[in-house]
Design a binder for this molecule. Structure first.
Ligand code: AMP
Length: 534
């Protein structure tokens, strides 16, 4: 530290008062384990001491392979605060990609839950770069494994205080890999300062109507801890003192029971998880407990049909937007001043858009020459951003980093319009855009319209090559009730009549499928859908 007035924006300094201020606030792992913030931070100290004793040094990368558990949460704090780098491994990847990313990230130590041990053992010879495996189980004291050298989690955690260093704020804290929908996954890293600033902005962003998340709201976050730090919510919650419930492996029955028994008031998830929850056959039994649940939906657009269904159960949903590369939060669909006098219907319509930028996010929607498109709700451009928590680039990939940051702005690859009142609506991803007759068909607008038809469970629109028009849209639908393609066309014609969609956007084909193919982060996998085109 160069000067007495300098203050490092690192995780140690962000959480210095948390264990004392919220000493009795609980952290739960399903109905299996329960602790308080003060005991949790003792464990964080104990884990850092244990990791240091087995050889973890500043700058080493420590991987975690687990569902969303209290042990994972301990690593979220202990690993970066000791100056090591936390690699949150995507456990939804096939084994080859798990190996690829661990090798690429240069992992040195691994904390792993027993059920993932067998796949690692099978490919033991590939992991000769790992210096130590820390294994644990929910159900037994010890885990026997042929991975080596190995240590039992409970044995290494010491009952002592760790002297966390005052790290330079630009020290790398975390690494994880993008979903890899095109080509190999890319590694993104985040520094302590990135996480510090993101935590502050997120706490601010969810603190407004219509969700007004506050200190007394119990949290159940359904964004995997391996993906973009669970949207940064584990850090934000412990800064603000929220009771925090960890669900383990996602299972709708467990989720609904936790919502009921733990009086959950705030959650975040991708739309497909909310869809699964709202499709539960015994949802009615939980009606009274779902009332007042506030849910942020991100990672993909919030379909209007899904938001309406949630509303019918008294659940408030709002949209939010971000990317792996942006840590992730960029925008959230809270109400701004322009909506103060708006009627409820208008407010609802804006609450399911992409939203408005949170503090410190400098966001533009630009044309090909990097000029801002007019804020008229019609002109489409690419979202580019600047903020204090964006990744500086892809790990060991200078060429892709340069593309990402061309012109000095982080390019999201998302196409959007900006409305006069400041709200943004993403209409497509550049990669997924349907181009027909030289014109662009916004697939997300079309999906949104189709989602409102009763009987549509999930929907995704993609472009099919067409001799005359270049591409024509095809809609893939998972039905929740028996409907026919004629119903979809009748429904879309009504939208056309009121000008919500244009005639030539109406899909040439409607394909009913039994289930929607999903990416490792639970979004509709358009690459897989393209393979289904005849
Ligand atoms: P990932 O990096 O896997 O989290 O994916 C980020 C991408 O998800 C973005 O570039 C968008 O294309 C998409 N996305 C995230 N949030 C939204 C949203 N609210 N509306 C539409 N697309 C979204």
């Amino acid at each position: 530290m160069s000067d007495k007035f300098d203050f490092n924006l690192n995780l140690r300094n962000l959480f210095s008062n948390t264990p004392r201020n919220f000493s009795d606030t609980e952290i739960l792992y399903k109905n299996k384990r329960k602790t308080t913030y003060s005991k949790f931070f003792q464990k964080v100290n104990g884990l850092a001491s244990g990791l240091s004793e087995i050889g973890v040094k500043q700058g080493d990368t420590v991987a975690v392979i687990d569902w969303d558990t209290d042990k994972y949460m301990e690593a979220y704090y202990a690993v970066p605060m000791m100056g090591a780098i936390l690699h949150t491994v995507n456990i939804r990847y096939p084994p080859e990609l798990i190996y690829y990313t661990m090798n690429h990230a240069e992992d040195k130590y691994v904390i792993v839950r027993d059920e993932f041990v067998p796949i690692l053992e099978k490919n033991r010879q590939l992991f000769d770069f790992i210096k130590g495996w820390v294994v644990y189980s929910d159900d037994s004291e010890t885990v026997s494994t042929s991975l080596g050298p190995n240590y039992q989690y409970n044995d290494i955690v010491k009952n002592e205080k760790y002297d966390f260093p005052d790290l330079d704020e630009n020290t790398v804290a975390t690494i994880f890999y993008t979903s890899g929908t095109t080509g190999l996954p890319k590694g993104v890293t985040f520094t302590h300062k990135n996480l510090f600033m993101h935590t502050l902005a997120l706490a601010n962003g969810i603190n407004f109507a219509p969700i007004n998340v506050g200190r007394t709201d119990n949290f159940l976050i359904l964004v995997p801890m391996f993906h973009v730090h669970s949207w940064g919510i584990p850090y934000m919650a412990l800064m603000n003192g929220n009771r925090y419930v960890l669900p383990g492996k996602y299972d709708v029955g467990t989720i609904l029971e936790l919502v009921k028994n733990e009086n959950i008031k705030f959650s975040a998830m991708v739309p497909s998880i909310l869809y699964m929850i709202l499709s539960s056959p015994n949802l009615e039994e939980y009606r009274e407990h779902l009332k007042g649940w506030k849910v942020v939906i991100g990672g993909a657009a919030l379909p209007r049909g899904l938001a309406l269904k949630a509303k019918s159960f008294g659940i408030t949903t709002i949209g939010a937007y971000g990317l792996s590369e942006t840590a992730p939060l960029l925008t959230i669909a809270i109400y701004n001043d322009a909506l103060k006098k708006a009627d409820e219907e208008t407010k609802f319509n804006y609450s399911i858009t992409t939203g408005i930028p949170v503090p410190m996010v400098n966001l533009r929607v630009i044309d090909k020459d990097m000029k801002d498109v007019p804020a008229d709700g019609k002109s489409i451009g690419e979202i580019v951003v600047h903020s204090p928590w964006l990744t500086s680039g892809y790990f060991k990939d200078p060429q892709k980093t340069e593309e990402l940051w061309r012109g000095g702005w982080l390019h999201t690859g998302d196409l959007a319009v900006i409305h006069q009142n400041g709200y943004i609506s993403i209409v497509d991803r550049e990669k997924d855009a349907v181009k027909s007759g030289g014109e662009f068909i916004p697939s997300l607008v079309l999906e949104n319209a189709i989602s409102e038809l009763k009987g549509v469970g999930e929907v995704a629109v993609i472009g099919k090559p067409h001799e005359k028009w270049g591409e024509r849209p095809v809609a893939f639908i998972v039905r929740s009730e028996p409907i026919k393609d004629g119903d979809v066309y009748d429904h879309l014609n009504k939208f056309m009549d009121v000008g919500r969609i244009q005639k030539w956007w109406i899909p040439d084909e409607i394909v009913f499928i039994d289930s929607m193919p999903k990416t490792s982060t639970g979004k509709a996998d358009k690459k897989e859908l393209r393979k289904l085109l005849k």
